[in-house]
Design a binder for this molecule. Structure first.
Ligand code: MTE
Length: 347
């Protein structure tokens, strides 16, 4: 992501190489922050953590925060597991929980990958409300509890491909955005859906930083047919448990065929609009970050190629570098949305 002028950026900053050189450091930081209670070597493996309760993927219990509220815990008692051979999942190896929660982009807490896990632990998510606004039958401010009540939570295992060329495979918990949209009833003028993250500089230190690059709130948007696509997901958890603050608690978007920056975190407002909404990275550097941001190995970022990625975590036994797939491997499901569009122009 652009946090320096193009001439300042080193290629090591857009690949995770530096991260893995610093891995020891950030695991150490996570330990200090209480994220990892045991030494990394004795963490349970995901395979063993997955057994037992019908869910395939479970966060190690010693790494999970307690529930924000009892109603929340009840919601998590009844989660429909992912069908690993179905269209909303994958059989690829999961990125270990500890990497999912310690290597993050959440600029409200800082620009380094370990800033969110270090600085977001006191982030308050209860009470939380979400405003529904714009071209919709049922506008209003909804308490998160009422917002979630009608939805059955399910597990989806999606690839997440960041524009910076790293990727993960993450078991999310949540529900489809289309179900929410059906509930609030957009009218015929609604052509786009816009999302905003909380603005609260007391809790999100980078929002008041002098070095801040984003005009807050962080904003994202989708065309209505993208928002209604069955893959588009509102996530409230990972690995069978509550969403950690650094991953966008209490509720975030996940759009697996688009670069990760579309997957906006800690949402407080969802608006239905007639015109294409402004989005944060596009506002900052329009020639580098488009509104569509579909993963596309043929359309390169002006400063780096996009036809490969490093799958995290990189280990001694895995080469980690792999080809990037069109629409992040979801082409069969989503390419019809872009029929006839010049994807080099609408990047
Ligand atoms: N949402 C907000 N509000 N602020 C952010 O900085 N970063 C985005 C996205 N959502 C971001 C955000 C980017 S660049 C990526 S790659 C993903 O979150 C990363 O999600 P993760 O940290 O859970 O892996």
């Amino acid at each position: 992501m652009l946090i320096k002028s193009p001439s300042d950026i080193k290629s090591s900053e857009i690949t995770p190489e530096s991260v893995y050189r610093n891995r020891r450091q950030f695991i150490g930081d996570a330990l200090k922050a209480g994220l990892i209670a045991a030494a990394p070597g004795v963490m349970p493996s995901m395979a063993s953590a997955a057994e037992g309760d019908g869910l395939r993927a479970r966060a190690p219990s010693d790494m999970v925060r307690s529930a924000p509220a009892p109603w929340w815990a009840e919601k998590f008692d009844n989660i429909k597991p992912a069908d690993r051979n179905g269209p909303f999942s994958t059989n690829e190896d999961l990125t270990p929980y500890r990497d999912v929660v310690s290597f993050n982009n959440f600029y409200e807490f800082g620009t380094d990958k370990e800033d969110p896990s270090r600085r977001a632990q006191e982030f308050k998510v209860d009470p939380w409300s979400i405003e529904i606004a714009g071209e919709v039958d049922k506008p209003g401010v909804y308490h998160l509890e009422d917002f979630l009540k009608p939805h059955q939570l399910e597990e989806r295992i999606y690839r997440l491909r960041c524009v910076e060329r790293w990727s993960m495979v993450i078991p999310w918990i949540g529900f489809s955005l289309a179900d929410l949209i059906a509930r609030v009833g957009p009218n015929s003028k609604a052509k786009y859906v816009a999302f905003e993250t909380l603005v609260d500089p007391d809790q999100m230190p980078a929002q008041s930083s002098r070095f801040n690059v984003i005009e807050w709130p962080y904003r994202e948007g989708l065309r209505m047919d993208e928002a209604m696509h069955p893959l588009t997901f509102l996530a409230v958890g990972v690995y069978g448990n509550y969403m950690p603050p650094q991953n966008g608690a209490p509720i975030r978007l996940v759009v697996p065929w688009k670069y990760g920056f579309k997957s906006i975190k800690s949402i407080v407002k969802i608006s239905f609009t007639e015109t294409e909404p402004a989005t944060s990275w596009n506002m900052l550097q329009a020639n580098e970050y488009g509104f569509y941001a579909n993963v596309n190995p043929e359309v390169h970022h002006p400063r780096w190629r996009q036809d490969m990625e490093t799958r995290l975590p990189r280990t001694l036994f895995s080469a980690a570098r792999q080809d990037t797939l069109m629409f992040n491997g979801y082409a069969e499901q989503v390419s019809h949305l872009y029929q006839g569009m010049d994807l080099a122009r609408y990047y």
